[in-house]
Design a binder for this molecule. Structure first.
Ligand code: GLU
Length: 474
């Protein structure tokens, strides 16, 4: 049977990184097994579901490079792909379950149920539905309906245990009595998640359900429903929870939790997908830097980790840096915010040289932008170290020497040969060497005590700026 997997987001907010990870795993599993990846929008919560969230989640998924074979925008033969457009289908299956005695009308009011629940909790008893409407006759039901009493449709939960063989969690046993008769259809006619999900997974011929461990408890109800509908349940893989470094459930306290925030923060989508894949899954060759394309052939459902995955922004930053360095230098330049520095009119050669120099230890575009002041800035770093170097006698000699040399130069940039010959002369004529020479030259030419390779750096800076810096330092 060919693999069919799905991602089933609820459009009630922005795309959460945990859900993006779920989407990725399903996408990769479909790719690795030449299967089909379905997008199903679970929008039956009318109050919280919004089209704008559906749209923003779709654009975030596209940004991450996740594509679907079937969905609302590219329907296949199993549509519609929005649950709000499938209400008649759920009704048909609710009627079937009732006709076969697996579900029933329940007229208990919310107030009554709440009161009973509170009492049960007080008495230390499991607050399951007490079965008041379980045995209503067809006549009783019609009378109540005719009287306009509102009702829900409730599932008659079998009193037996269930076993799940999960690809991540292994064998999971749900003993009898864990859940009572649960609601399938709300009083307004809208299905609840577990019911709609099972009907859809069944009709859409989903073979594998890969989702977060937080859905493990739903699986019991879903297994019951597959059985009642006479259908075989798909295979399940419940990927481990994402937690913060304090081992608490991942939340806003731990940093950005929506994909949109990473997009705004100019993270690279290929880095985010790479990192998310590593949270709960491992590469067969233990690699930790890869592209989605690299995984398409090696992804397997049996390499999930059971332990909760710690969300670590430092690791994500490291992976972002790894992907940044793989990018084309001119493309990197194009992504930098250089407006204020007016360096867009520089030659391609200059741009490549600058990016090559600064990307070496950069994780983000902003790390490169932050370094641009090393090329354009006229200020002198206010630090003890710079003040100390400035106070050396040798530095005064260097400053005078360099000032004279620069004054006699024209052209736009210093060449690395110029710097080399200066150093030679400073050594032979002025007897300045070692730390005094290197630190002194750096402070005089850049106004900083540290930085990247001086030869490369100063040849990116215009002579005009170098001249100003040297005279500023006087
Ligand atoms: N709509 C559910 C969610 O967003 C889907 C859960 C599932 O994959 O079954 O959590």
């Amino acid at each position: 049977m060919s693999v069919r997997v799905r991602f089933a987001p609820s459009p009630t907010g922005n795309l959460h990184i945990g859900n993006a990870r779920t989407a990725l795993y399903n996408y990769l599993y479909a790719k690795a097994s030449s299967g089909v990846f379905v997008l199903r929008v679970e929008d039956t919560d009318q109050e919280r579901s919004k089209k704008e969230f559906e749209d923003s989640q779709m654009s975030d998924l596209a940004w991450l490079g996740i594509e679907f074979d079937e969905g609302p925008n590219n329907p296949g033969e199993f549509g519609p792909y929005r649950q709000s457009e499938r209400l008649e289908i759920y009704d048909e299956y609710a009627q079937k379950l009732m006709a076969e005695g697996n579900a029933y009308h329940c007229f208990c009011s919310t107030e009554l149920l709440e009161a009973k629940k509170a009492k049960a909790i007080e008495a230390g008893v499991d607050p399951q539905y007490d079965g008041t409407c379980r045995g209503l006759s067809a006549d009783e039901v019609s009378t109540k309906k005719e009287a306009g009493e509102s009702f829900v449709i409730r599932f008659r939960a079998p009193d037996k245990g269930y076993k799940l063989c999960d690809h991540v969690r292994g064998e999971v046993n749900f003993p009898a009595g864990m859940v009572g008769d649960f609601v399938l259809v709300r009083s307004g006619g809208l299905p609840i998640y577990n019911f709609a999900c099972v009907v859809d997974d069944m009709l859409m011929k989903i073979t594998h359900v890969i989702r977060g461990e937080d859905h493990l408890n739903n699986t019991l109800r879903q297994l019951m429903l597959y059985e009642a509908l006479g259908s075989t349940a798909p295979e399940f893989a419940h990927a481990s929870l994402l937690i913060g470094s304090d081992r608490q459930k991942l939340s806003k306290r731990h940093g950005a939790t929506s994909v949109a925030q990473y997009k705004e923060g100019r993270y690279l989508p290929q880095a985010l997908t790479n990192y998310l894949c590593l949270l709960g899954w491992s590469h067969p060759d233990e690699l930790d830097v890869f592209s989605l394309g690299d995984l398409e052939s090696v992804f397997s459902i049996d390499r999930f980790n059971k332990a909760a995955a710690i969300y670590d922004l430092e690791k994500l930053a490291y992976i972002n840096g790894q992907h940044l360095r793989k990018m084309d230098d001119l493309e990197i330049f194009g992504r930098l915010d250089t407006k204020e520095l007016e360096c867009t009119d520089k030659s391609d050669e200059w741009k490549i040289k600058m990016v090559t120099l600064f990307k070496k230890d950069a994780n983000f575009f902003s790390d490169i932008e932050d370094k641009l002041s090393l090329i354009f800035g006229l200020d002198v770093e206010n630090s003890e170290e710079v003040a100390e170097v400035q106070g050396w006698e040798s530095t005064t000699s260097i400053r005078n020497y360099v000032g004279e040399k620069l004054a006699s130069m024209d052209g736009e940039y210093l060449r690395s040969e110029d710097l080399k010959s200066w150093m030679g002369e400073l050594k032979s004529e002025f007897k300045i060497k070692g730390k005094e020479l290197f630190k002194g030259l750096r402070v005089v030419l850049t106004g900083r005590a540290h930085g990247p390779d001086l030869g490369e750096l100063v040849t990116l800076t215009t002579l005009t700026i170098l001249k100003k810096r040297v005279s500023n330092a006087n």
